[in-house]
Design a protein around this ligand. Structure first.
Ligand SMILES: NC(=O)c1ccc[n+]([C@@H]2O[C@H](COP(=O)([O-])OP(=O)(O)OC[C@H]3O[C@@H](n4cnc5c(N)ncnc54)[C@H](OP(=O)(O)O)[C@@H]3O)[C@@H](O)[C@H]2O)c1
Length: 238
């Protein structure tokens, strides 16, 4: 199935998993909107992906914790490329600290980015997808959305919550032709705060997640893959 000409927004796409997803989508001739909180990083990614791929690329800074900025991001996609077909909610953050040491500001940053930001994105994207007759929302969760660990309470809470959000959402929008998939990776080799700082060699690569995203988008619309767990095949033995 060709994805050429579709329009996608990928949040947090200046580095790591989001960047790999954006690049894979551009290679499929999708028009991609890049975003993160920092405009210079967005500009750099837009420039570099425009040279690499075959799809069009544009970008705008957006902090997914801010509703007005998320609204502007979705409207930017429509202005730049004429509509919105695909939303990848990827932006995420973490603080690895015990609850007694975690500050209220850090708690809010994690929940607002990983959970509330996804709600904002979906709330703005769904009417735009409905007006196109359908679409695809892919939420990047985590295996930390099903497995709890000490020092990860805020991150666990955000990703457990996101799983519930995704599964309620797919039931709401399925008859509008909008599919929702929730990808739950284990360790991925990125600079993700506290998790992927070391290049460990055995972890999933961002490109593997991007390949999964493309394969979901190309899958037959009669089927919706709701939950995907992705693990390193051979994690370091404990
Ligand atoms: N790496 C792993 O091991 C792993 C495993 C499972 C799941 N995940 C999930 O995968 C997603 C991406 O992680 P990653 O490893 O690629 O992280 P990363 O390398 O740190 O990249 C995160 C991206 O999100 C952006 N971002 C952070 N806070 C934002 C905000 N408030 N608003 C908008 N953009 C924001 C960052 O740019 P700025 O900071 O410039 O805004 C950056 O572009 C996250 O949802 C994470 O929970 C990661």
């Amino acid at each position: 199935m060709s994805l050429a000409g579709k329009v996608a927004v990928v949040t947090g796409s200046t580095r790591g998993i989001g960047r790999a997803i954006a690049e894979a989508l551009v290679m499929e001739e999708i028009s991609v909107v890049i975003s993160s909180r920092h405009q210079p990083d967005v500009d750099k990614a837009v420039k570099s992906l425009s040279q690499r791929g075959r799809g069009k690329v544009a970008g705008i800074a957006c902090d997914v914790r801010e509703y007005e900025q998320v609204k502007e991001l979705m409207e930017f996609a429509v202005t730049a490329f004429g509509g919105l077909d695909i939303l990848v909610n990827n932006a995420g953050t973490a603080f690895m600290r015990e609850v007694a040491d975690l500050t209220p500001r850090e708690w809010r940053e994690v929940i607002d980015t990983n959970l509330t930001g996804v709600f904002y994105g979906c709330r703005e994207a769904i009417p735009k997808m409905r007006s196109r007759g359908g679409g695809y929302i892919i939420n990047i969760g985590s295996l930390a959305g099903v497995n709890a660990h000490p020092t990860m309470a805020a991150y666990n809470a955000s990703k457990f919550g996101l799983l519930g959000f995704s599964e309620a959402l797919f039931q709401e929008v399925r008859y509008d032709g909008i599919r929702v998939s929730h990808i739950m990776p284990g360790s991925v080799e990125t600079g993700f705060r506290g998790v992927g700082e070391k290049k460990v060699g055995w972890a999933i690569l961002p490109e593997d997640i991007a390949e999964m995203v493309v394969s979901l988008l190309k899958s037959n619309p009669r089927t919706m893959t709701s939950r995907i767990e992705m693990r390193p095949s051979q994690p370091k033995k404990r």
